[in-house]
Ligand binder design. Structure first.
Ligand SMILES: *[C@@H]1O[C@H](CO)[C@@H](O)[C@H](O)[C@H]1NC(C)=O
Ligand SMILES: *[C@@H]1O[C@H](CO)[C@@H](O)[C@H](O)[C@H]1NC(C)=O
Ligand SMILES: *[C@@H]1O[C@H](CO)[C@@H](O)[C@H](O)[C@H]1NC(C)=O
Length: 407
């Protein structure tokens, strides 16, 4: 960890020399060089033992990755899901997961408007860890250029509290500021600049307050029940559960709000679209060395790894390494749910119009819970690299706690 700290200081010092020019972000290259070439991070020296089938290189002439599979849940068996998607580490879009109600921003505001929301978990941890004089050097120029804000403003906004109704009422303004930012950056908003993701335009409500949004909680419960029943079908030892609470994401058109990231170990995700649509690119976990990791922004949400590679609009003239990345892409729309397997980095962009999404971000493999794995053999297959034993101990402990909670 000391070596990593030193490397960061070196990188920041070097960045100070290069990083002052408005709109230029050279620190990224320096940090990446140090991170990769001085071998400060053993995570980059993983030997993957998983083939990650279905992922492929970006086709620069068609501007596309291979497609994420789309299947109705009703066409799948629990076994096929487990073998093909969970163990195969393939994402899949389930196309028949309709909500019972309409969840336009207006409806959301009417049903859940009094819900208190705060932004304090967005990248503020990473931002705060950087001393303010450094933020001035590296970040202010970019955030000023794109959003006419300094990082101080951004931090302030990130720690503000509001209500869902007020947030929804500002969505048009946020959408406007994104399209303006695209203009001033010549369409290169997000091209490797983490600073472009830190403006607090996306709401991620970590706790849906009961009483402020009963309808939304019922929608979530109904879908989770359906998935549990699906996983249990035809099994003599169906899974048991503690509560799994979803997070609400509401985002304006064109926003990305969170860069390409990989969740902490064993964290898989279910993302369910209630309104609007999002483009999603997932990347094989064996491609992380080509993703321009930004360690200084990691450690924000749940020890995620954060990358500045723009896999949504790859540009090999800006980021040559994206040519080596193996990925998959898809669009999820209202009434669809995507399963993101353990350790799979992902980048997401809201398409035209506001998006409303519920996400179950599960710290112990969520799908592992659905299939209630009692031995570590399955976990070994889910893990990308040794040591299995250590991980197995952690997971067994977490699972036994979960078992108690659900008994
Ligand atoms: C990209 O896609 C085009 C059209 O499908 C195809 O002809 C071409 O071979 C692809 N390129 C690569 C490198 O796969
Ligand atoms: C939700 O939206 C639909 C269509 O706009 C409308 O008919 C319905 O009354 C709305 N419901 C609520 C609770 O706002
Ligand atoms: C930028 O912010 C300043 C101060 O808040 C304001 O006076 C100015 O009009 C803003 N410029 C743009 C282009 O929004």
């Amino acid at each position: 960890m000391k070596a990593a700290g030193l490397a960061l200081i070196l990188a920041f010092a070097a960045g100070g020399i290069f990083g002052t020019e408005a709109g230029t972000w050279r620190l990224q290259r320096v940090v990446n060089f140090v991170w990769r070439n001085l071998g400060v991070d053993i995570r980059l020296q993983r030997a993957y033992q998983h083939p990650f089938s279905g992922y492929g290189l970006y086709n620069f002439s068609t501007e596309s990755w291979p497609s994420i599979e789309r299947r109705p849940l009703s066409s799948l068996t629990s076994d096929e899901f487990k073998e093909r998607y969970v163990k195969g580490r393939r994402p899949v879009i389930l196309t028949d997961i309709k909500p019972q109600l309409q969840w336009t921003p207006k409806n959301l505001s009417l049903r859940c408007g009094t819900m208190p929301v705060s932004f304090d978990r967005r990248y503020s941890a990473g931002l705060r860890a950087i001393p303010s004089w450094m933020r001035k050097l590296f970040l202010d120029s970019r955030t000023l250029l794109t959003y006419n804000h300094t990082t101080e403003h951004v931090l302030e906004a990130m720690h503000a509290s509001t209500t869902l109704e007020e947030y929804v009422s500002r969505l048009d303004k946020d959408q406007n500021s994104i399209s303006l930012a695209k203009k001033v950056t010549d369409g290169r908003l997000y091209s490797g600049n983490i600073a472009d993701y830190i403006f607090p335009v996306m709401l991620s409500a970590q706790h849906i307050e009961r009483g402020h949004c009963d309808d939304l909680i019922s929608e979530g419960k109904a879908v989770l029940r359906r998935l549990i029943e699906f996983a249990a079908a035809g099994r003599h030892d169906p899974p048991k559960f503690g509560a799994m609470n979803p997070v609400l994401f509401v985002a304006p058109a064109g926003s990305r709000a969170i860069p390409l990231h990989q969740h902490g170990p064993f964290n898989d995700n279910l993302l369910w679209m209630l309104h609007g649509s999002k483009k999603i690119v997932t990347v094989s976990p064996s491609s992380t060395e080509w993703l321009y990791e930004r360690p200084e922004f990691g450690g924000s949400e749940y020890a995620d790894r954060v990358f500045s590679a723009d896999v949504l609009e790859p540009d090999a003239s800006v980021q040559p390494d994206v040519r080596h990345v193996r990925g998959m892409e898809g669009i999820i729309s209202a009434g669809e749910l995507i399963y993101l397997p353990v350790n799979v980095p992902h980048a997401i962009q809201t398409q035209d119009g506001t998006s409303v999404m519920l996400a179950w971000q599960m710290p112990v493999p969520g799908i592992a819970r659905l299939f209630w794995m009692k031995t570590c053999s399955f976990l070994e297959e889910l893990s990308d690299f040794p040591p299995w034993a250590e991980k197995c101990a952690i997971l067994k402990k977490l699972m036994s706690e979960n078992q108690e909670a659900s008994d």
